[in-house]
Design a protein. Structure first.
Length: 332
């Protein structure tokens, strides 16, 4: 099968996307597929560049806005639409994260070009990346999620409605880029300013203390529940992509009833956003035993430290098989 893997791009999750993409390329080649690597911000990725990516590591900081701006100087759409590797592919495997890769833009273009691609469609992708809209849809489907406000908002409103601490984050970003945990009122304005660097919509969400859980969904199956024990209070960018900064347990130490409950919540969240193929749904579990859905990730990370491959492995699905199953779901 001819497969083109899209990776890199122009979002703040560019480095993570490259790390995910090269693993996917290697996995699909190991299954005998004819695989091409393509970075829509730069073009075809050579064999030499692939080797460098395969031996590299994701940094503990996302790329700067200045460096991303250089990648985004009008090359993204021309590279994407002009490439015969996309037009001639049996399927495009989307390993892009955040930004134009996960907000429905790429999905809309591929849909119009009648090119099959992995993951969710344009509407579902846009809904999931927009945390404000996705939380509203979660509640409509009885998926519990923490209270929140959208800026502009005063410090008095935040304290009166949500209380402190709160989590401040860009509404349409991933990998906790631009996210801050705010415990003191004087830190609220700087946190909003930081989040505003990445998106013009900023969410302020009531902080839910508790255990960090995640559930991968593959087709119509909920994978084993995982727990993340991070060295920071928040499972932030550094903890996600730096070896030793977090420990994951698959399956999580939960009762059978609790595990089934959060898996069902994950499937309901998947359905609420009209997701397709695969996704990862993240939760917090309070000391009172309540699950709160944090967000849905429509193109979850596929690096060595990423969570959905670990969830699949706990079910006996190796990484190459996982990638191939995702491709088959796109062709389904």
């Amino acid at each position: 099968m001819k497969i083109t893997v899209l990776m890199g791009g122009t979002s703040s999750e560019r480095n993570v996307s490259l790390a995910s993409g090269i693993r996917i390329v290697e996995a699909l080649r190991s299954k005998g597929h004819d695989v091409t690597s393509l970075d829509p911000a730069k073009g075809l990725i050579s064999a030499e560049e692939e080797r460098k990516l395969a031996t590299g590591k994701v940094g503990t900081e996302p790329p700067s806005q200045e460096s991303l701006a250089k990648f985004a100087e009008g090359a993204f759409l021309p590279n994407l639409t002009a490439m015969k590797e996309i037009r001639n592919a049996d399927v495009v495997f989307l390993a892009l994260h955040g930004g134009q890769g996960e907000d429905g833009t790429i999905q809309a273009l591929l849909h119009m070009a009648k090119v099959r691609f992995t993951g969710s469609g344009l509407l579902a992708s846009a809904l999931a990346l927009d945390k404000d809209l996705s939380k509203k849809l979660f509640r409509m489907e009885d998926v519990k999620t923490a209270d929140w406000l959208m800026t502009p908002v005063t410090t008095e409103q935040v304290e009166g409605i949500l209380g402190l601490p709160v989590v401040v984050k860009p509404s349409r970003e991933g990998s906790t880029v631009g996210l801050s945990l705010v415990k003191k009122r004087e830190d609220l304005a700087p946190a909003i300013k930081e989040a505003s660097r990445y998106d013009d919509e900023v969410m302020i969400e009531k902080f839910v203390p508790g255990r960090e859980l995640t559930v991968g969904v593959l087709g119509d199956i909920a994978l084993p529940v995982g727990e993340i024990i991070a060295k920071h209070e928040i499972y932030d960018y550094e903890c996600k992509y730096t070896a030793g900064m977090a420990r994951e347990e698959f399956p999580a130490k939960l009762s059978k009833e609790a595990a089934e409950k959060v898996q069902q919540q994950a499937l309901q969240a998947f359905k609420a956003l009209k997701l397709r193929g695969y996704a990862r749904i993240d939760f917090r579990l309070t000391s009172e035993g309540e699950f709160y859905c944090l967000e849905a990730n429509t193109l979850p990370g596929m690096t060595e430290l990423s969570l959905i491959p670990q969830g699949a492995a706990a079910m006996g699905i190796g990484f190459p098989e996982l990638c191939e199953r995702i491709v088959k779901l796109a062709l389904g």
